[in-house]
Design a protein around this ligand. Structure first.
Ligand SMILES: [Zn+2]
Length: 45
């Protein structure tokens, strides 16, 4: 399963996520501050 590094544009939290977590964050926003994010905020780790 692919791993990505998510960096929130608002709270700047960095989180290692897998594919399903990435999908959840794209739908629901940052798990820390709930800011809306898009695919640009993920990079392969
Ligand atoms: Zn955040």
């Amino acid at each position: 399963m692919s791993t990505y590094r998510f960096v929130c544009p608002v709270c700047e939290q960095e989180i290692e996520v897998n594919t399903s977590m990435r999908e959840a964050i794209l739908e629901s926003g940052c798990p820390v501050c709930t800011a809306g994010v898009d695919a640009a905020h993920f990079e392969p780790a």
